[in-house]
Structures are given as structure tokens and as C-alpha cells.
Design a protein around this ligand. Structure first.
Ligand SMILES: [Zn+2]
Ligand SMILES: [Zn+2]
Length: 234
């Protein structure tokens, strides 16, 4: 596969990854990449110097500028596909992204979301960052989510009742999958779509990043580990 083909493939994968991890399905982007190819689309996007760059802004809002065209263009392996001006423009845009907007690993020792007396919000500069997601604590929303999805962890499929018997009955955490940074004030929670049951282990692991990992990302990590263990046993 040539570098250009690899780039095109990665641009198509971006559509899927962004959709799955942020709920933002950029259909215009997909149509254009399919029609013109990823490289042509990226070059076009970089040529509009003063344009609104809606997609880029949206990705900053949801805390995933790392999934932008700009960040992809600047990957070492793709740089030779672009002119100096194009690279400069991509870098200029990346430089406008505030520090807090990048997805970052959470300090494990500050990751107290499972503890009951934790505050819902803390303030970082003027930006409200939600550490303990209030939607995950809402009793009614939680009930609706569990009626729909049951009590098995969506990531590892573990059930507390199957594992621990009677005492594990109806025990599970719920996790809010929408990135909070991108949520508007008037956001209305859909408990069946936006909340999922997860075991506390997987819940903690989802929150090792902010915005959190997606179910699929965590399952991939789990699979890698399980596959390695299986290989060793053969
Ligand atoms: Zn789990
Ligand atoms: Zn959560």
C-alpha cells in the first residue's frame, strides 16, 4: 500500500472512529472523502484559511482534536504528501487548540468517580470539567438504562449475579458515553442510548482518559491481553 493509499484509509477510518467515540457522524466529510479521496479532501480543507472549519471546532468541543484531519496530516509518516504551506496551516490550527481540549490520561489516584461523597464538578480555569458524571448518578435515568440493557457489563460481559450469586443481583455501575465537554446546556439525557451498564473495573478503565475511552477501544485492549494469554497457554 502506498503512503497515499494508507492516508486515504486512515481518513476513512477517522469517520468511523469519530462517530463511535464522540457520536459526531460527519456525513459531509465521508461523502467528500469517498468522492475525492482522503488526500484531495485534506488539501482542500487546508486551503480554506479563514473558513469556519466546523469539523475541527466540533472535535475540539468533544475533546478529541487528535482525531482531526489536521492532526492526521501532521503525522510524521504523511508529511511528505503535503506542501510546506499546507503543513504550516495544519500546525497553525493545531496551535490554536487550548491545552485542556486534548484528550489526556487521568491521574489514577484522582480518579474517584466510584466513591460516593465526591463532588460533581471542579473548576479548571473558567472551564467546568466534570469528573463525576452527574448523569451516572441519576436514579431514574439509571433505572431506565438498566431496564433496557440489563446488568451485564457492556465491555467484558461480566455479570455480578452470575459471578457472586444472590449478593451480586442488580449490582452494576452505569457509564455515560457522551463526551461531556461537547454537551450543550440544554442537553437532554437519553438514558437508553447515552448510558450503559459497566462493571466497576471496566468503568475505572474507561475513565483512565478524559474524554473517556469508548467501549470498543477498551474491548480492543482487553482482547489484546486475552489473546496474549491464550497464545501463552497453547
Ligand atoms: Zn466489565
Ligand atoms: Zn463513567
Amino acid at each position: 500500500m502506498s503512503i497515499e493509499e494508507k492516508f486515504n484509509k486512515e481518513m476513512l477510518e477517522l469517520y468511523q472512529t469519530v462517530g463511535k467515540t464522540t457520536g459526531y457522524w460527519a456525513n459531509y466529510y465521508l461523502r467528500s472523502v469517498r468522492k475525492n479521496g482522503g488526500l484531495a479532501h485534506a488539501k482542500k480543507a487546508l486551503s480554506k484559511k479563514n473558513d469556519a472549519q466546523e469539523g475541527f471546532k466540533k472535535l475540539i468541543e468533544v475533546g478529541r482534536p487528535d482525531l482531526s484531519i489536521e492532526a492526521t496530516v501532521l503525522k510524521e509518516r504523511y508529511k511528505k504528501l503535503f506542501s510546506n504551506d499546507e503543513l504550516k496551516e495544519a500546525q497553525r490550527r493545531i496551535d490554536t487548540v487550548p491545552e485542556y481540549a486534548w484528550r489526556k490520561p487521568m491521574n489514577a489516584n484522582n480518579n474517584f468517580f466510584g466513591e460516593i461523597n465526591n463532588e460533581n464538578l471542579y473548576i479548571e480555569g473558567s472551564i467546568k470539567k466534570v469528573v463525576v458524571n452527574k448523569y451516572e448518578r441519576n436514579i431514574e435515568a439509571r433505572k431506565k438504562c438498566l431496564e433496557k440493557h440489563g446488568y451485564k457489563c457492556k465491555v467484558c460481559k461480566m455479570s455480578f449475579e452470575d459471578t457472586y450469586g444472590e449478593i451480586g443481583k442488580e449490582f452494576i455501575h452505569v457509564h455515560h458515553i457522551k463526551p461531556l465537554a461537547g454537551i450543550a446546556k440544554e442537553y437532554k439525557l437519553n438514558p437508553e442510548k447515552d448510558l450503559i451498564p459497566v462493571c466497576p473495573n471496566c468503568h475505572a478503565m474507561l475513565h483512565t482518559y478524559d474524554p473517556p475511552l469508548s467501549v470498543e477501544e477498551l474491548q480492543n485492549k482487553l482482547r489484546e491481553k486475552v489473546n496474549k494469554l491464550l497464545e501463552r497457554n497453547i
